[in-house]
Design a protein around this ligand. Sequence first.
Ligand SMILES: [Zn+2]
Length: 108
Amino acid sequence: MEAPAERLPKLPLTLGHENAGWVEKLGPGATGFAPGDPVMVYGPWGCGTCASCRVGMENYCEVSGGLGGGLAGPDGGMAPYMLVPATRFLIPLGTLDPREAARSATRG
Ligand SMILES: [Zn+2]
């Protein structure tokens, strides 16, 4: 089965859809985080308002398709910096080092 053309990423694209790191800076109007905060990046980037998103199934977003950075949208985590469009896609890690979070995720 072949993916529909509208779901294919626009190239060039830097891959990386499972990400952890530190906030570098916030865009205009962004709140809730500060530069240096350790975070994970939620993978599915839904619109937040359609029926699927409202029940927490952003991976089935009826507007965006739920594909986040590194899959179909902006560059992913293998790029030097990753632009995340909304702070609701960031998960605070508290005192956990993002590198350790990534290692733990790959160990299962
Ligand atoms: Zn949606």
